[in-house]
Ligand binder design. Structure first.
Ligand code: G1P
Length: 295
């Protein structure tokens, strides 16, 4: 068996059309929507960096050039801020460009999440890698990815983030058939994409964080279109687990789907009320709002 290695590469698929967020996403990527005052995808990149990742491949598509601009230097703006004496703001911009080595590849055709990951093959090579879905926000208070990478290092096998949802919600997610291993860890015996609640093997849903062994690319090359007529990462993992164990790391707190309007609003309220600069006034506004509207 290959010696366990750590994970230093992440793939962030960001090629989706963002139809759940129209018309805001008609002319801008959903990943660039501001969550308080940072684009959603910057939180995801920062999460990867916190977990020790220094090489990031973002899978983009048409109309996603602003993503590249965001993680690049902007000398004009930096010069302008410097001239105005706004050094803290300027340094903040420079830091964004220095977060990690960020690379881009275009998906070409929107054939599904599985296809988006398969275009990362050349970049990733024969290494384990993390996948972070670009429109899911995970709280820095729960070091989910760090724990998943530690699990990978222990077993040398793929690890998928799992969270309990209600039976009605399960049809929106990948769903795992689990076998308990230890406290938060299960072995995944089967994985089904967006099952009918009546036949779902559990209420453990796949959330947008994965640590994958490079053998996933062979599985991705073999799968046929699945749910929604798309090539599904879930189906490739279901194939992978027939030849090597795949684990599920369960968690319960601190995840929002920023590509969905209600979750987007919730995460903004949570983050804004915790901010040192905005929090006091915003919290006062919120309690006043709730009280006076009799909510
Ligand atoms: C994707 C995955 C699904 C996973 C979900 C998490 O679905 O295919 O398995 O549960 O992300 O958000 P999507 O939301 O892109 O339809």
């Amino acid at each position: 068996m290959q010696a366990p290695r750590t994970v230093t590469t992440a793939v962030i698929p960001a090629a989706g059309l963002g139809t759940r967020f129209l018309p805001a996403t008609k002319a801008q990527p959903k990943e660039m929507l501001p969550v308080v005052d940072k684009p959603a995808i910057q939180y995801v990149v920062e999460e990867a960096v916190r977990a020790g990742i220094d090489d990031i491949l973002i899978i983009t598509g048409r109309g996603k050039r602003s993503l590249e601009d965001h993680f690049d230097r902007n000398f004009e703006l930096e010069y302008f801020l410097g001239e105005k004496g706004k050094h803290a703001q300027r340094d903040q911009l420079v830091n964004i460009a220095e977060l990690a080595d960020i690379h881009y590849v275009r998906q070409g055709e929107p054939l599904g999440l599985g296809h988006a990951i398969s275009v990362a093959r050349k970049h990733v090579g024969d290494n384990p890698f993390a996948v972070l879905l670009g429109d899911e926000w995970m709280s820095p208070d729960t070091p989910l990815l760090e724990n998943m990478i530690a699990t990978y290092e222990r077993y040398n096998r793929s690890v998928v983030a799992l969270k309990e949802v209600t039976p009605e919600e399960i049809s929106r997610y990948g769903c795992a058939k689990p076998e308990p291993v230890s406290d938060r860890l299960v072995q995944i015996l089967d994985l089904v994409e967006k099952p009918d609640p009546a036949v779902a093997p559990s209420n453990l849903a796949v959330m947008g964080r994965y640590v994958l062994t490079p053998e996933i690319f062979d599985a991705l090359a073999q799968i046929e279109p699945g749910s929604g007529g798309e090539l599904q990462l879930t189906d490739a993992i279901a194939l992978l687990l027939q030849s090597q164990a795949v684990y599920g790391y369960t968690f319960s707190e601190g995840r929002y789907d920023t590509g969905q309007v209600l979750d987007y609003l919730k995460v903004i309220v949570e983050l804004a009320s915790e901010r040192e600069d905005l929090g006091p006034e915003f919290r006062a506004f919120l309690s006043d709002f709730v009280r006076t509207r009799d909510l």
